[in-house]
Design a protein around this ligand. Structure first.
Ligand SMILES: CC(=O)N[C@H]1[C@@H](OP(=O)(O)O)O[C@H](CO)[C@@H](O)[C@@H]1O
Ligand SMILES: [Mg+2]
Length: 559
C-alpha cells in the first residue's frame, strides 16, 4: 500500500471511531445492531466492498438494512459480484475490521489482507459500488458513512442508488456485471414484461371469480409496499390492495412477513372484512414473502409459508418441463432431462418435504441461511430453494437457459402455438420474472399470482396441497451458545456430548415427532424446533427439549 492510500485511510478512519464495548459479527445477514453504534461499521464495510470490487474487478453492492428488525436497528451487508451474498471466505475479514479498536490497527489489518489476497490497489480501471438503503430514518447518515468508506480506496467510486429493496440492489449488481441495463426502471420493466408474458400464456378458460383474484398485501410499513405501488401501475390483470405501505405506522411493528409467520396472527390493518381473501405479507426489506388468509371470528390466520410457495413453484415448473418433453420420442437428447431439485432447511415442515419427495423431486437439506441454500440450488439445472420463513427463489443454470432459448426458437419455427412452445415460453418468462440473484418478495409475489391464475386456484386450494404438521419454535437463553455444535444440516447435535441421545429419547415418545436444536446465527439464543401430529404434542416436545438445553447448557447448570 502506498503512502498516499495509507494516509487517506488513517485520516478518514479517525473520523469513524468504533463504539466502545460492542462486539459485532458478520452473521447470516451481515452486521445488525442498534443504528446508533453502526457509523464506524458501515464506513468500514464501505472499504471492504471497495476492496472486493478491486479484487474481482467488478461492481459490488452495499445494502443498509436490518430487514425485519425493529426500526431503531439497522445493518449492512455486501452483495457480491454475482449478485449473491458476500463470498464466505471474506466474512472473517469483515469481523476483524469491524472490531479493530483504533485507526492504526484497522489500517494494518487492511494492509495485511490486501497482501494476502493480492488485491490490485493501484488498478487502472475505476470500479463502482452500488449503495442502497431501506426506509429506516437512520439509513440516510449511514449511507454517507458507507460512501466515505468506499471513496477512501483510490480508484473506487460509490454510486448512490437511494432507497431500494434488498433484492433490487442484488438484481442491479448482477445485471451490471452481466453488461445488462441495470436501473430501477429496468428492474420494473423486466418484472412487469415477463409477468405480462405469463399472463398472455394463461390456459384458455381459467376465469376465476372476483374473490379469488383480489389480493391484499401487507407492506410491513417498509420499502416493499412503496415499490410494489410503482410496479402495480405497470401491471394489468391483478387486483391488488396494498396496506401498510409506510405512509403511517411503524416499520415491522405488528406487521410484516416475520411477524405473520412467527406469531400466526393478522397484521395491523387487516381484520374481519378480509376473511377468505388472499393476503400476502412482505418483510421490512422485501426479501421475504408469505401468504395467509384471515380466519372468521379471531385474529388467527391460515399461514401459507415459504414451503408452500416452493411447492407451488415446483409443481408448475415440473408440469412445464413435462409438456416441453412430451413430443420427444426415441431420440431424446440427454440435455432434455433438466435436473430439477429443491433445497430446504431443517425448519421446512415435514409435510412439505414428504410432499415434494412424493412428487418425485430430489430434496436437499442445508444449514440455515440463504447463502447455503443458494449455493446448493445453483448445482441444478433448475434449483428451487426456500426457507420456511419465505426467503427463496428459483435458479436456472446458464446451460439450461441456452438450451431453452434454442428449443424455443426451434419450436417457433416448427410448431408455433403448440403446447410445447407455450411451455418453453412460460419457462423463459419465469427465468426473467424470478430474481436470479436472491430471494425477492416482489418477483415471488408476481410468480405466485400468475401460477394461481394458471391453475385456476384460490388460496385455499393452494393451501390444501398438503397439510402442515403442527410445529413449535422456542428460544432458550444459555451461557454460551457456541457450546452447541451440529451436523447433518443441523439435524443432529454432536455437542454437548449426550444431548442428542437425550433429545432422541424425548422424540421417541411422540408419533411422527421430529425435533432439533441449533445456535441462532442472528440472536444470542439456542433455537428449538419441534413437530408432531398434534399441536399439543409439538408444544410438549419443544418444551421438554428446551428443558434439556437448559440442563446441559443453561444458567442453572453453572451454579
Ligand atoms: C429459524 C429462522 O427463521 N431463522 C432465520 C434467522 O436465522 P437464525 O440463525 O435462526 O437466527 O435469520 C436468518 C437471516 O434473516 C434467516 O436466514 C433464518 O432463516
Ligand atoms: Mg429481509
Amino acid at each position: 500500500m502506498n503512502e498516499r492510500q495509507r494516509s487517506i485511510l488513517l485520516k478518514s478512519s479517525s473520523r469513524f471511531p468504533p463504539p466502545q464495548g460492542v462486539r459485532l459479527s458478520y452473521g447470516t445477514a451481515g452486521f445488525r445492531a442498534d443504528a446508533s453504534v453502526l457509523q464506524s461499521t458501515v464506513y468500514r464495510v464501505g472499504i471492504l466492498a471497495a476492496l472486493r470490487s478491486l479484487k474481482t474487478q467488478s461492481v459490488i453492492g452495499l445494502m443498509i438494512t436490518a430487514s425485519h428488525n425493529k426500526v431503531s436497528d439497522n445493518g449492512v451487508k455486501v452483495a457480491d459480484s454475482s449478485g449473491g451474498m458476500l463470498a464466505q471466505d471474506w466474512e472473517p475479514f469483515a469481523d476483524s475490521i469491524a472490531n479493530a479498536p483504533d485507526p492504526q490497527s484497522f489500517v494494518q489489518l487492511i494492509c495485511d489482507f490486501v497482501k494476502k489476497e493480492n488485491i490490485p490497489l493501484e488498478a487502472v480501471k475505476t470500479t463502482g459500488i452500488l449503495v442502497g438503503r431501506d426506509t429506516r430514518p437512520s439509513g440516510e447518515s449511514l449511507l454517507e458513512a458507507a460512501k466515505e468508506g468506499v471513496s477512501s480506496i483510490v480508484g473506487v467510486v460509490a454510486i448512490d442508488m437511494g432507497i431500494l429493496t434488498t433484492p433490487q440492489l442484488h438484481w442491479m449488481v448482477r445485471a451490471r456485471n452481466k453488461g445488462m441495463e441495470a436501473s430501477e426502471l429496468d428492474y420494473f420493466n423486466q418484472l412487469s414484461g415477463s409477468f405480462r408474458c405469463l399472463m398472455d400464456l394463461l390456459p384458455q378458460g381459467n376465469k376465476t371469480n372476483e374473490m379469488h383474484t383480489k389480493l391484499i398485501v401487507d407492506g410491513s410499513n417498509g420499502v416493499g409496499g412503496e415499490k410494489l405501488e410503482i410496479l402495480m401501475k405497470m401491471l394489468t390483470g391483478l387486483n391488488m390492495d396494498i396496506r401498510n405501505s409506510g405512509k403511517e405506522g411503524v416499520l415491522n411493528e405488528g406487521v410484516g412477513a416475520d411477524y405473520v409467520q412467527k406469531e400466526k396472527v393478522v397484521p395491523c390493518s387487516f381484520g374481519s372484512a378480509d376473511v377468505g381473501i388472499r393476503c400476502a405479507s412482505l418483510d421490512g426489506d422485501a426479501d421475504r414473502l408469505v401468504y395467509f388468509s384471515c380466519l372468521a371470528n379471531s385474529n388467527k390466520i391460515d399461514l401459507v409459508d415459504g414451503d408452500k410457495i416452493l411447492s407451488l413453484f415446483a409443481l408448475f415448473i415440473k408440469e412445464q418441463l413435462r409438456i416441453l418433453n412430451e413430443v420427444e420420442t426415441e431420440k431424446v437428447e440427454k440435455y432434455h432431462q433438466a435436473h430439477l431439485g429443491v433445497v430446504q432447511t431443517a425448519y421446512a415442515n415435514g409435510a412439505s418435504t414428504a410432499y415434494l419427495k412424493q412428487l418425485g423431486l430430489e430434496v436437499i437439506l442445508t444449514p440455515t441461511g440463504v447463502k447455503y441454500l443458494h449455493e446448493k440450488a445453483a448445482e441444478f439445472d433448475i434449483g428451487i430453494y426456500f426457507e420456511a420463513n419465505g426467503h427463496g427463489t428459483i435458479l436456472f443454470s446458464e446451460h439450461f437457459i441456452r438450451w431453452l432459448e434454442d428449443r424455443s426458437d426451434k419450436l417457433s419455427l416448427t410448431s408455433k402455438g403448440s403446447e410445447q412452445q407455450k411451455a418453453a415460453l412460460r419457462l423463459m418468462a419465469v427465468t426473467k420474472l424470478i430474481n436470479q440473484a436472491v430471494g425477492d418478495a416482489l418477483s415471488g409475489l408476481l410468480l405466485v399470482e400468475v401460477i394461481l391464475q394458471h391453475m385456476g386456484w384460490s388460496i385455499h386450494q393452494w393451501n390444501e396441497l398438503y397439510e402442515d404438521l403442527p410445529s413449535r419454535q422456542l428460544k432458550v437463553k444459555v451461557l454460551d451458545r457456541t457450546a452447541v455444535v451440529t451436523a447433518n444440516a443441523e439435524t443432529v447435535a454432536v455437542k454437548p456430548l449426550g444431548i442428542q441421545e437425550a433429545i432422541n429419547a424425548e422424540i421417541a415418545k411422540y408419533p411422527r415427532g421430529r425435533c432439533f436444536i441449533r445456535p441462532s446465527g442472528t440472536e444470542d439464543v439456542i433455537r428449538v424446533y419441534a413437530e408432531a401430529i398434534t399441536q399439543e404434542a409439538a408444544d410438549d416436545l419443544a418444551n421438554s427439549v428446551a428443558r434439556l438445553v437448559d440442563q446441559f447448557l443453561g444458567f442453572s447448570s453453572s451454579h
